[in-house]
Write a protein that binds this ligand. Structure first.
Ligand code: GLA
Length: 746
């Protein structure tokens, strides 16, 4: 337990005692009464073991396969001799800076007296069980000189082999201190070689993977973009230990930070060839003040460990997300028709009412009205004006949103709407009225991304403004069924008039922005708990489990070219379940409608096309495709996901989903190469996964284009054993560039 007396003493009189404490400390006299503990943190298959050294520092002594005998965790560390480094201790569970550690720290503090050193010794721990699957171990560490209290939380999800880790830092000094670095998690992985699979990208180029062998030194992945923080690099990675993992083999740690702002991951290989991993908020320009008695809670780092390759790691993460994080993760979703690419800003009431009828004709659940419906003084007829003025544009929508909702209902379709509430065009009434609500440098020229600036969500007035936009829409239109929440600009010239005015520090802005955003979202969710909302950020510029606690789904990329999309969807599938991934059929390419549709079905299906431009066969095909999708969506959304053929190294890509009972599955196959093929592309069968070997299955091709015939014999039956050992050939050819197979147990 927390020793309050000791804390009070240290915080009040520490200045007097400081020289003596330092002397005792250097003579190692604390070691005599150093508290000792062994703390195994267990999931279904894995163990993460923390153990104190003789000085009371808490170190990782093991991270690997769960042992059969619990008492052996006490001695598991004996086999590793990691404690003689000149640079300090490498495997501390939360490495402080300025004392014995000379490598990358997890925590850097400027204490009230200006001192830069921190030491953390084990104080206490406790484990609380939520239910049979979920437990939380909280470990309290304390600085013997300054009383700083650090609680490292490990929340385990046993069946998902997943750990959610975060840290709370408490200032027990009399005065304000500053956190210069405050990681979420500090891990230590033992191994000889580490291969990091990470991502770079840009607008319409999301999730481009790279895999690299980590060499000695520090490899950093980070973002400093503020909002839309993962436009250039997302806060997610897959790490293979020992050798590059495959889908089914190898030790894999798959990790992601639940934070919608700047992040920093440091991968440091030490002199034992082990990996020190430090993840959290990016300390760049983010020195955070902490008043006496206050605590700072970091975002969570979520990781899963698999000894059976990347596929299992992804399935662990998907299951964790569906059960514990993604809003309504086990629920259902709405198929939709969006008007963005069909009309852009050019629409009016009549045109929209026609589109409702088109959506109904297509068979989708919802019509989504995109950008361009608001602002009057500076109408939103392009992306250079009007953002921030959330009143219906009277010319385009004289009868308001309420009328559209009613008309949609009459047409038998639900209605949803686009908003981008965190942003403002300089050409807007909002900007004219509240220039102090805008993030910008008072003395420097403005700098824009997509002609807009970001509102200052550290300001409670701005938080209320954003909340009110949505609250007004929802309360005036209770039948409104869906929201697409966009965020199209990064933060340039970061500076807050509000922080200045209230005497706070500018270096709080990046963190307080995200906290402000979460506050708004939490308030909205308190009032509107389940309303489906799509997380969008000029495509996939903000996809993380911090935001997805409040959103039911996300927009992966503005790039809807189906070939590009196969790759983008494949990479997102490492971290996010299919039910969260919105994919739309669009006119971005001249590839066949069937191919575009088959790709969009691998996730949550939507359309962004002009239905009235479809010829008779295309319309017939699409109507049937929506029906087919309705028949398979349950397994697509809630099933286990398997990557079968990697598009980067092959002429095709193949993935499949299987329901929990192993009675229904869907296999998606796409040709991705443009090379000359004289015969079939899939000359060999593809081994299926996740089926029950003892069950018999029938495979039926769906989405067969009208007037063509499937090459698949749908009467034949095969055992799961056959399909997983021999495989099945989907018969992809240059003529059949995409093939979806519905697989049913008989
Ligand atoms: C972003 C989104 C698009 C669309 C436009 C509207 O780019 O990613 O889907 O909503 O904004 O301006």
């Amino acid at each position: 337990m927390i020793d309050k007396t000791r804390l009070k003493t240290t915080s009040s009189y520490y200045k007097l005692y400081l020289p003596f404490i330092a002397l005792f400390y250097s003579l190692n006299l604390f070691a005599q009464d150093a508290k000792q503990a062994v703390i195994p943190i267990l999931t279904k298959d894995n163990a993460l073991v923390l153990k104190t050294d003789d000085k009371g520092r808490l170190l990782y002594s093991y991270f690997g396969k769960k042992l059969q005998q619990n008492d052996e965790y006490d001695v598991v560390g004996q086999q590793f001799f990691y404690n003689d480094g000149n640079e300090g201790i490498y495997n501390h569970i939360y490495t402080p800076a300025g004392s014995w550690n000379l490598l990358e720290p997890a925590l850097e503090i400027t204490h009230a007296d200006g001192n830069l050193s921190t030491e953390l010794l084990y104080d206490s721990h406790q484990t609380q069980k939520t239910d049979d699957n979920v437990s939380e171990t909280s470990v309290v560490l304390k600085d013997p000189v300054y009383g700083t209290e650090v609680t490292v939380h490990y929340k385990t999800y046993a069946n998902e082999n997943t750990i959610e880790q975060w840290t709370e830092i408490k200032n027990n000094e009399d005065k304000l201190i500053h956190l210069d670095k405050y990681a979420s998690a500090n891990l230590y992985l033992s191994g000889d070689k580490f291969y990091l699979h990470h991502y770079h990208g840009g607008w319409a180029k999301e999730m481009r993977p790279e895999e690299t062998l980590l060499t000695h030194g520090v490899k950093t992945l980070d973002s400093k973009l503020g909002t839309r923080a993962n436009l250039l690099s997302p806060p997610s990675f897959v790490l293979s230990i020992g050798k590059p993992a495959t889908e089914d083999e190898g030790d894999v740690l798959l990790g992601t930070l639940a934070w919608s702002g700047n992040f920093k991951f440091d991968f440091e290989i030490d002199s034992y060839n082990n990996l020190r991993l430090i993840t959290g908020v990016n300390p760049f320009a983010s020195r955070y003040p902490l008043a006496s008695g206050e605590s700072f809670k970091t975002p969570s780092f979520i990781y899963t460990f698999s000894r059976n390759g990347k596929g299992e790691a992804s399935r662990n993460m998907h299951r964790w997300a569906r059960n514990y994080r993604l809003l309504d993760g086990n629920g259902s979703r709405l198929t939709l028709l969006n008007n963005w690419e069909a009309t852009y800003f050019d629409f009016n009431e009549d045109k929209l009412v026609e589109l409702f009828a088109d959506g109904k004709k297509l068979g989708v659940d919802l019509f989504l009205l995109d950008d361009g419906w608001f602002a009057n003084k500076y109408p939103r007829n392009h992306d250079r004006a009007g953002l921030g003025d959330w009143q219906e544009n009277k010319k385009k929508l004289p009868h308001g949103v309420g009328y559209l909702v009613k008309e949609a209902t009459k047409a038998g379709i639900k209605f949803g709407i686009w908003v981008e509430p965190e942003m403002v065009n300089p050409k807007s009434e909002l900007y004219e009225k509240h220039p102090d609500w805008v993030i910008k440098q008072p003395e420097r020229p403005e700098h824009y991304m997509r002609n807009q600036l970001v509102l200052d969500l550290s300001n409670p007035e701005v938080q209320k403004f954003v909340f009110d936009i949505l609250d007004k829409l929802f309360s005036e239109n209770p039948e409104l069924a869906f929201v697409k929440w966009d965020c199209n600009s990064v933060i340039y010239n970061e500076h807050s008039a509000y922080l200045d005015k209230t005497g706070q520090e500018q270096s709080q802005l990046y963190v307080d922005y995200v906290k402000g955003l979460y506050k708004v979202l939490a308030n909205l969710r308190a009032k509107y708990p389940k309303l489906p909302m799509m997380l969008c950020s000029g495509g996939g510029g903000r996809v993380d489990y911090g935001a997805l606690e409040y959103f039911t789904e996300f927009w992966l990329s503005d790039n809807t070219h189906p070939l590009e999309r196969v790759f983008i969807q494949y990479e997102y599938s490492h971290f996010f379940p299919m039910i969260s991934q919105c994919n739309h059929v669009t006119d971005w390419s001249d590839l066949p409608l069937k191919y575009r549709t088959d790709v969009a079905m691998m996730g949550k299906l939507g359309y962004d096309i002009v239905v009235s431009h479809l010829n008779e066969k295309d319309l017939e095909f699409s109507q049937q495709a929506v029906k087919n999708y309705n028949a398979i969506k349950d397994v697509v959304w809630h099933g286990d996901f398997y990557r079968l053929v990697n598009p980067w190294d092959n002429d095709i890509s193949s993935v499949m989903v299987v329901d929990e009972a192993q009675t229904k599955a869907v296999m998606f196959n796409y040709l991705v190469s443009n090379r000359y093929f004289s015969g079939p592309v899939t000359v060999k069968p593809i081994k299926l996964k996740g089926l029950d070997p003892a069950k018999k299955y029938q495979l039926k091709e769906i989405n067969v284009y009208p007037g063509t015939k499937s090459d698949i014999q749908s009467e034949a039956t095969y055992t799961g054993d056959y399909l997983m050992s021999v495989g099945f050939n989907p018969a992809v050819t240059p003529r059949r560039t995409s093939v979806i197979l519905e697989i049913n147990a008989i």
